[in-house]
Design a binder for this molecule. Sequence first.
Ligand SMILES: *[C@@H]1O[C@H](CO)[C@@H](O)[C@H](O)[C@H]1NC(C)=O
Length: 409
Amino acid sequence: MRRFPLIITLLLTVSLAYYIYTPLPDALQEQWKLMLLDASFRTITYTAALMQWFGFGHYIPSTRKYVEALEITDPEFLPGVIVSDETFSGVPVRVYEASGGEGGLKRGLLYFHGGGWAYGSAKKGASDKISRIWSDELNAVVVSVEYRLYPEVQFPVPYLDCLTAAKYFLSAEVLSKYSIDPERVAVSGDSAGGNLAAAVAQEISQDSRMKVKFSAQALIYPAVQALDFNTPSFLQNQNMPVLSRFFMVQFWMQYLEADLSLMGQFLSNNHSSLQQPLLTPKLRARFDWTTLLSPEQQKDYRPVVADEGLEGILEKVPGLLDVRASPLLAELEVLSKCPKAYIMTCEFDVLRDDGLMYARRLQEAGVTVTSVHYQDGFHGCFSLVFRPLDFDVGKRALRDYINWLQDNL
Ligand SMILES: *[C@@H]1O[C@H](CO)[C@@H](O)[C@H](O)[C@H]1NC(C)=O
């Protein structure tokens, strides 16, 4: 009987290894770190979902609490950067000002953090530290926007919060208060924040009342459309850490106020079926990856187009066709007025083709685009640059981003 504990220990070890182990593509480096990170996220999500099931409130606020407990926020990081919490026309923002620097006018950088329109904060963890780095290295005033999130709000509120903050930031008084050069202000964001940055950049460039406009946009693995969840990258990376296809579709449905019980229909593209009268051929062409991606980017995937589908869904969920939620659907003429762009994509990311298609459409509209693709990149790597959760590809991506802004802003 003395062997019994040994067997239990063995069984537990094997189950734990099985829980953590996820087969990953060879091109991804630092695999065990990524697996551990993914297993932590899974544990947090399952626990929060279980809590909700037991009646302890919505799973998103509990998930946020668990994630925050893991995040290391360091108020002493780069003490040369002056940090203050302000409100821009009622929208809370955190402002990072480089002290010293080259003197004279500074760059301006408006940033929207990622997190599926449901998670994340300007003030916490990596987001806060990275803003300090940008401010310091770019001699910039970085404004990171604390827009409201799901489940407290849904589209268009997060977008409108970001737009309000943008208009306030670009006003002559505010730029002069912070000593910012009006010719050198960029808008940027990652993931859901990249979606907001692209949409806000479009709106500002259309608005003739705005005297000062953004001179650059930097989009990090942005989500730009919700009509095709079967792009090659959505299919190839459906179970890739840290963002699965299921979670991305869920984020979209929550943001756009779609009935979550329709998940299966959205996963099979029933919401953009051929029988949707609102989806004209002209509109379809704007998210048609068989023409917007190169043959290499298409790999061996075939388009998934449902014949019939979900009747009336585009009327019920108007955000699906709204360019403020899906900037990829904008007309060429709108895109042509947008500022030059830096678009970062990762090979192992469901959103890869979103970014590539947006880069292509901006280029077709005559916008200068720097498209940077990481063959060993995965969704989220841009924020994973601090020990112990640091990844080489993330550090390279952060460096390239700073270099581009240094040269283009
Ligand atoms: C998609 O729509 C078709 C036609 O209405 C239907 O038969 C099919 O079950 C739907 N798919 C899902 C996953 O709901």
